[in-house]
Each structure stands twice: as C-alpha cells, then as structure tokens.
Design a protein around this ligand. Structure first.
Ligand code: SF4
Length: 385
C-alpha cells in the first residue's frame, strides 16, 4: 500500500494553481499536524507501505519541529518498509537545512522540487515566489544534506514562453544534475487568475505548433542526457523513476491523509475511493470529532475500474500489460475492447508488443482523442470484444 500525506499550506497562491493549498493559514499548522496523526491512528493498518509521498501545498514551509512530530507519529502507526522510496515535495525559496534534517531523520530520501521555469519574467507571471538562483541553492542544500534522488518539475506551454525559452529552461534544469524531471504542459484551470487573464485576452498561450515543438524538444534533449521517458510527462535516469506515481498509475491501493486527500482501497466489495474535505477547517473538524462519515465516498464500478486501468496505463511508456489487466479485472483486454484496440493499432495510434498495449509516439500527441474513442467503445461493457 502507498501512503500520501497532504500539506495544504503555501506562502502565496500561484496564478495557475487550483490545488487544495492556502496562503496565510500558517497559524493552523500545529493543529493540522495533530489532525493528520489522528486520521493516521484511525486508518493505520499492518499492511507494509511500498512508498510514501508528502505533497502539497508546500511541505517545506512546515516548521522542522512539526515535521519531526508528524514523521515520528507516522512511523509509530504505519509499517514503513526498509529502504522504500519516501518523497517530499519542497519549494525553492522555502527549503532550509533544519527542515531537510528533520525530513531525512523521518525517512525522506527523495525530494521533488517545483522549478517550473528558468526566466524570471515567466516565474513572476506564474506567481511563483522563487528565482532560478534559489532553485540552485535549494538543490545544493538538499544534495549536501544527503538526498541523492532529486526531481524537478517544469512547465511548458506558458503564456509568453517560446520554444527557445523552453529549451533554456531544460538546459538550466539539466545543469543541476537531477535524477528525475517532470515536464507538464500548462492546463489553464477554471477559477484561476491565469485562466481569467486568458479569457479576457490579456495574455495568450503559445500556438499549437510551438507547443508540440516544446514537447518534441523535451523528448530529444532529455534522451540525449540519458533520461528515459516512462510516462507522458515523466523522465528519469535509470533506477530513478518515481515508484509512488507508478503505483498510482498501476492502481496500487493508496491511503491519503489530510485535507482533500483521496484514498483508493481494494475491499471485498470492490474498489472503494474516498476523499477528505478540501478545506483546512473542515478537515480539522472532521478529525477532532471523529466524523469520518464526512469523507466523500466515491463508489467505483467494475466498468470504471477497467477503464481507469486503460487510461492510467496508457500514460506510461510500458503501456498496459495484458496479464495485469486480467489479474485486476478477471477478463482479458481482448474481451474488454479488443476490436477497438486493434482498430487504433491499424491507424498507428497504439502498438501491441510483448503482451502490452501502448501508445505510439503519434498516439501520445492525441492521447485524449484515443481515450474518448476507447470510452465510447467500452461504455456498453463487453460488447466490443
Ligand atoms: S506552490 Fe504549488 S501548491 Fe502552492 S500555490 Fe503554487 S502551484 Fe499551488
């Protein structure tokens, strides 16, 4: 089982962000950590953890004393596996030596940092609080503290970003010798200041051709530097792919603690998904009163679970192994949607090799259209096979 812990605090809200993260609520951190430990006590089980991930928000603004309390409390309640991957997100400009010491003492061995862009004007327009120089300092700090696996998040397709600026960002990230890079295309989310500016015509996105060039450059440049693409947006040096995310894409059960955190557990009745209240006060109130029924319960039908295996698996360059699908769902992929899979392969969008179905390079560009086609074909259960 995988463990996820959500820290919903940020110094400042980025202009594109619609995550459950809040600025100016630091005064609740102490009580929030108590709430996390309370939820941990109520949900802990003996199943050994395969990975753990502290996400946010900005986990690196939690004071080191609270990091100590949180991590030692989690170790008392969960069966951490020796040497397992334990990642924490951290943001440049907030990372300190004391925080790193506390995190490492608590078992953190991998840091994922939001660099996003190299150019100061792009960082400013995104509402990020840091500069590239602070990214450099934070990477050095993490490495000096003993973290040997560092991941950087980068964003392309930003307003005002040219393919040349994106290549500069990739080069600047590679200069820091990370073991892992996540390169996400910007998705303007409703309700964010960035989306409002786009809708009002105050800013505009790069055109489709430029955006495709940025993605193509990503694949070429990172391959030249020894990075293997293992998912549409994720690249790693050998041995450094993020096991936590792979577990998520392969539908390993996970337990999420904290505001907005989701869990997915396999029960005798099937797959069960729950989601915690997304606001800090609502989450603290739920744990204080043990009102666990305030978690949203999202039943996952067998049809939904099958489609999810396809949707998540096709994001990965390994694709969907046929045996994995059959083990999870008790039917073969041929029975489930064989006709559509073969039709997509005939059009050069999917390939079938080594008992796996995966997207071709062209298929990656039109992944959403492929998923819509698969969804339509599978909506009527097994009628496609
Ligand atoms: S640091 Fe991350 S979580 Fe916080 S506001 Fe920015 S994008 Fe959102």
């Amino acid at each position: 089982m995988e463990l996820y812990i959500h820290i919903p605090y940020c110094r400042q809200k980025c202009r594109y962000c619609d995550f459950a993260s809040y600025a100016g609520q630091e005064q609740t951190m102490d009580v929030y950590v108590d709430a996390l430990l309370c939820e941990a006590a109520a949900t802990a089980c003996d199943t050994p953890l395969s990975t753990a991930f502290i996400g946010g928000g900005t986990p690196s603004i939690l004071p080191p004393a609270l990091v100590n309390r949180l991590l030692s409390g989690l170790h008392e309640r969960f069966a951490f596996t020796e040497g397992m991957e334990f990642t924490s997100e951290a943001n440049p400009g907030t990372l300190t030596e004391a925080w790193l010491r506390a995190a490492i003492t608590g078992g953190v061995n991998r840091i994922s940092m939001g660099m996003q862009a190299f150019q100061p004007e792009l960082l400013r327009s995104l509402g990020r609080i840091h500069t590239y120089e602070q990214v450099v300092r934070s990477v050095v700090l993490a490495r000096d503290a003993g973290i040997s696996s560092i991941s950087l998040d980068l964003m392309f397709g930003l307003p005002g970003q040219t393919p040349e600026m994106w290549r500069e960002t990739l080069d600047a990230a590679l200069d820091l010798a990370p073991q892992h890079l996540s390169c996400y295309g910007l998705i303007p989310e409703d309700g964010t200041p960035l989306k409002r500016d786009l809708d009002a015509g105050r800013i505009s996105l790069p055109d489709e051709e430029d955006e495709r060039r940025m993605y193509d450059d990503t694949l070429a440049i990172l391959a030249r530097h020894g990075f293997q693409q293992y998912e549409i947006s994720n690249f790693a040096l050998p041995g450094h792919a993020c096991q936590h995310n792979i577990g998520y894409w392969r539908q390993t059960p996970y337990l999420g603690l904290g505001a907005s955190a989701a869990s997915m557990l396999h029960t005798p009745q099937g797959c069960l998904r729950t989601a915690n209240p997304s606001d800090i006060a609502g989450y603290i109130d739920m744990t204080k009163r043990c009102n666990w029924h305030r978690r949203e319960i999202i039943p996952v039908s067998p049809e939904d679970a099958r489609f999810e295996t396809l949707m998540l698996g096709l994001r990965m360059t390994d694709g969907v192994p046929e045996r994995h699908f059959e083990t999870l769902h008790g039917i073969t992929m041929e029975q489930y949607c064989g006709k559509t899979l073969h039709a997509l392969a005939a059009r050069g969008l999917l390939e079938h090799a080594d008992n796996c179905w995966r997207l071709t390079r062209y298929g990656m560009d039109v992944q959403n259209a492929i998923l819509v086609e698969l969804l339509e074909a599978t909506e009527n259960g097994l009628s496609d096979g």
